[in-house]
Design a protein around this ligand. Structure first.
Ligand SMILES: Nc1ncnc2c1ncn2[C@@H]1O[C@H](COP(=O)(O)OP(=O)(O)OP(=O)(O)O)[C@@H](O)[C@H]1O
Ligand SMILES: [Mg+2]
Length: 378
């Protein structure tokens, strides 16, 4: 077992700064998801860890070994990338065996017919064959071992690429959007398989995705990257419920978190458009009150909104509304029974529990807030 530690990684391409002082630890056996918008530097970071790209500054250790100056082959990491390169003329079995054959057989021993006749080669080939079968079985590839890549679906090819990475038993896995070529159903299934394989193998894994749902469901820890910098590294629960900045709060969660302009007066009473909302914070003239859609509910008192339209989700409703004082868009996730009460055009009030409210300052950083017992909205 081993982990990955990267410290102070910086990288620029010409004048463009792509990574800014990136530090991250993947503990032994841990699964860390790296999420962020397109172009924020995720693939560049993975390539630097793998050794395919060099960093301008910073250090990398894998399994406690300093690898910053080692070539990719000596870093003991297995990579699965978005575009998986399988050898088209080799069968699934042979594709998966490639890394083991390269490591354990001489060039002559690798020859298809002659190689098998050489002393020592037969036992080694048998060992490789059984390891290939052990890696292939949990991925459902056992019936496909004698096919060639062109006879497989996209999802099956992706799983061959995964098996080829697993069979090496590396010190760490690097996966860069390995599911992006799969359709929705297969993505959900393969997602679960990757998590199960990770648990069974117990290998430190860094997994890149721009799909935040994937990050939240799969990972022990989520690292949010924007514009080349890591903004927050926390458990999925904390990233969602306790974001450190407005950037993280708005990137994670769908529909997007609601945002309303707020102020805190000299006594610390937080108002939204002159209405006290049951919170206290340090005096501040330009706050943002952020509320997840599911934190809002229909109430007697609370934020005044005008209903615009409804989306029926089966197990709930999304109410799209406008905040009456300033026209800000507000989305509330309600129980399906709320349907009759929320006709388009209706004037409604949306309440929330103060502990669900998040406050951010003008710089986008989180501002501490506490419930103001006397003013809690119903
Ligand atoms: N070889 C290169 N030369 C110059 N610029 C590059 C090079 N490789 C990447 N970049 C730039 O670096 C930035 C980060 O790219 P990177 O591929 O790491 O993003 P990403 O987060 O993986 O995005 P995506 O989610 O779209 O895959 C981008 O602005 C990209 O244009
Ligand atoms: Mg990328």
């Amino acid at each position: 077992m081993a982990g990955i530690t990267i410290t102070g990684i910086g990288k620029r391409f010409g004048a463009t700064v792509v990574l800014r002082d990136v530090s991250l630890t993947v503990e032994p056996g841990e699964f860390v998801a790296l999420v962020g918008p397109s172009g924020c530097g995720k693939t560049t970071l993975m390539r630097i860890i793998a050794g395919i790209e060099t960093a301008d500054s910073g250090d990398i250790t894998i399994g406690g070994r300093a690898v910053t100056r080692l070539p990719p082959a000596e870093r003991d990491v297995a990579m699965v990338f978005q575009s998986y390169a399988l050898y088209p003329h080799l069968t699934v079995r042979e594709n998966i065996a490639v890394p083991l054959a390269m490591r354990r057989l001489s060039a002559v021993q690798r020859l298809p017919v002659l190689g098998g006749l050489l002393p020592g080669a037969r036992a080694r080939r048998r060992a490789i064959a059984s390891e290939v079968e052990r890696a292939a079985a949990p991925l459902g590839l056992a019936p496909l071992l004698d096919r060639r890549p062109m006879e497989l679906s996209g999802g099956q090819r992706q799983r061959v690429a995964l098996a080829r990475a697993i069979v090496r038993r590396p010190a760490a896995f690097l996966m860069d959007e390995p599911l992006s070529n799969l359709d929705a159903a297969l993505r959900v299934q393969t997602r679960r398989e990757i998590v199960e394989i990770h648990r069974a193998a117990g290998v430190a894994t860094l997994y890149v995705t721009h799909d935040q749902a994937e990050a939240l469901t799969m990972a022990d820890k989520v690292a949010v990257m924007m514009d080349g910098a890591l903004l927050q590294i926390s458990s999925p629960e904390a990233i969602y419920a306790d974001p450190a900045s407005l950037q993280v709060a708005t990137f994670i969660g769908s529909p997007r978190i609601n945002m309303l302009a707020a102020t805190a007066d000299a006594e610390g009473r937080v108002d939204v458009a002159g209405l006290p909302v049951g919170l206290r914070a340090q005096a501040h003239s330009a706050l943002t009150l952020a509320l997840r859609p599911e934190a809002l509910r229909l109430a007697q008192e609370g934020l005044p909104v005008i209903a615009e339209h409804l989306e029926f989700l089966g197990d709930g409703l999304l109410l799209h509304a406008r905040h009456a004082p300033d026209g800000a868009a507000v989305i509330a996730r309600l129980e399906p029974e709320a349907r009759e009460k929320v006709q388009p055009g209706a004037a409604l009030r949306l309440g929330f529990a103060p502990e669900r409210a998040l406050l951010f300052g003008a710089d986008g950083k989180r501002v501490a807030a506490r419930a103001d017992a006397r003013l809690v909205t119903a």
